[in-house]
Ligand binder design. Structure first.
Ligand SMILES: [Zn+2]
Ligand SMILES: [Zn+2]
Length: 258
């Protein structure tokens, strides 16, 4: 049963208007929805340029968004959480910790989108890489993800096998990667999500994919739910898809203590 969707985006990053996302969540019958807009905190030139070109400015606008959330949530039959999806970067860990501490979100979602400055969702970026190079990218991806978990900065680890959605990186994840990630998660307070980001798209799988999901369950790891919706229409469709996926798996998602 999906009661809480902890991972959606609004127009404070790359999603639909805040009011539309919250209305869609209410229509979907959720008890709570988390607005987890993208946020980049780093001194790295390339990443700053990337942030600036995408217009991700939650580091500057979260207080405004907080007031917006309060206004829109008032009088509605749904809880709305003031959250963040932060691009975790090991080199910026201290800065990220200080920002999260300062901003005091309801919770933080941590993501690894970049490996060595390359976005692992950009298939074209890896098409010319050799098999060995792709293996190295996927290795680095899981290394960074384990660091994210070990950092203790995040309540939720987002789309933990993100590399699998990218055709040129698909199939390089190994059981050894899964075992390492599962061991790290089992020992930490960070919870992975069942993420519907590409489940209804070309990839057609939820994150985590079946083998990783089994490994995580074998380690006693629990899951929260994240639609990763960027529009009101997506939110409704994905919550329905998550509902039947969880039913098929017999997984009861956990909830954050907020
Ligand atoms: Zn993400
Ligand atoms: Zn997201």
């Amino acid at each position: 049963m999906v009661r809480f969707d902890y991972h959606t985006h609004s127009n404070y990053s790359d999603g639909g208007f805040l009011f539309g996302m919250i209305e869609a969540a209410e229509r979907a019958g959720l008890e709570g929805v988390g607005i987890a807009d993208h946020c980049h905190i780093s001194d790295d030139e390339r990443l700053r340029a990337n942030r600036d070109s995408l217009g991700f400015s939650l580091d500057l606008t979260y207080e405004r968004r907080r007031r917006g959330i309060e206004q829109i949530a008032a009088g509605r039959d749904i809880r709305v959480f003031d959250a963040v999806e932060m691009d975790y970067l090991p080199a910026a860990e201290d800065q990220q910790a200080a920002f999260l501490d300062d901003a005091n979100f309801d919770y933080a979602v941590g993501s690894v989108h970049q490996v060595n400055g390359r976005n692992v969702q950009r298939d074209a970026a890896f098409r010319d890489d050799s098999e060995r190079e792709r293996e190295a990218v996927v290795d680095d991806y899981y290394d960074t993800l384990v660091q994210l978990v070990d950092s203790g900065l995040f309540d939720i680890a987002a789309h933990v096998d993100l590399v699998e959605r990218t055709p040129s990186l698909r199939g390089f994840s190994t059981q050894a990667h899964y075992d390492r990630l599962a061991a790290a998660l089992a020992e930490s307070d960070t919870v992975p999500e069942i993420n519907a980001g590409r489940a209804l798209g070309d990839y057609g799988e939820f994150h985590p994919a079946p083998d990783l999901l089994t490994t995580l369950r074998d380690h006693g790891v629990e899951f929260v739910v994240g639609s990763d919706a960027h529009s009101p229409e997506e939110l409704g469709r994905r919550v329905d898809a998550l509902e039947s996926h969880l039913d098929d798996l017999g997984v009861e998602p956990t909830t954050l203590d907020i």
